[in-house]
Design a binder for this molecule. Structure first.
Ligand code: 5GP
Length: 189
């Protein structure tokens, strides 16, 4: 996705050798046209896969998950972090460690929003170590739904998440893969 590479080149800020900040268009301020284009791209890639629901985790995955859901005309569910008191009844949960925030959280989805008839597409902003995706996949497993695949806006190919997911048979669709963030430079695959 060329527009994404241009945005990263122009607005991406390197926080370290392995963390890229894209707050000006994806993670804090949202560029609506770009977010809609991302949804269109995911919907095109997974057209014909009979997706019934989009699943993401709060907060930074929600915008792109929503535009994907709008394009595919299906509902969008986001896993909540640290189970709020409003989340009652049967719940699917998994534990996710975030290496960027250095914290471990429990993510949960009410069982009433996913069931074994669903065909789930997981959407997220970044794929790094794969913890968020694996946590969501675990929730899909608990529900008995079918996992169609994982769509991520930015995959950091130098971290192990994508490799591990593909090895376990998961279809992973990144809109861009970053080969390296070393020496203050973004290198795409
Ligand atoms: P993973 O669970 O695959 O290690 O990381 C996925 C989550 O961590 C993403 O949802 C994203 O919020 C965050 N993340 C991972 N790497 C980066 C990064 O380089 N930049 C930003 N802004 N977030 C990241």
């Amino acid at each position: 996705m060329e527009i994404l590479k241009e945005k990263i080149r122009e607005y991406g800020v390197l926080v370290s050798d392995n963390v890229l900040k894209v707050d000006s268009f994806l993670n804090h301020q949202l560029d609506p046209e770009f977010i809609v284009a991302v949804g269109h791209e995911f919907a095109t890639r997974f057209a014909g896969d009979e997706v019934t629901k989009i699943l993401t985790v709060e907060a930074s995955g929600i915008a792109v998950a929503l535009t994907t859901a709008m394009e595919m005309k299906v509902p969008c569910v986001f896993a909540k972090k640290n189970k709020p008191s409003t989340l009652q009844g049967e719940v699917y949960s998994s534990i996710v460690h975030s290496f960027t925030k250095n914290e471990t959280v429990t993510i949960s989805v009410a069982a009433s929003y996913i069931d074994s008839n669903d065909r789930i597409l997981i959407i997220d902003d970044f794929l790094a170590m794969g913890a968020a995706s694996k946590g969501l996949i675990e929730i899909v497993g608990q529900s008995g739904a079918h996992l169609v695949g994982v769509g991520v806006v930015i995959e950091k190919g130098f971290q192990k998440g994508g490799r591990e997911l593909r090895k376990s048979g998961v279809r992973v669709e990144p809109l861009v893969v970053i080969k390296s963030l070393a020496a203050g430079k973004v290198e795409f695959e």
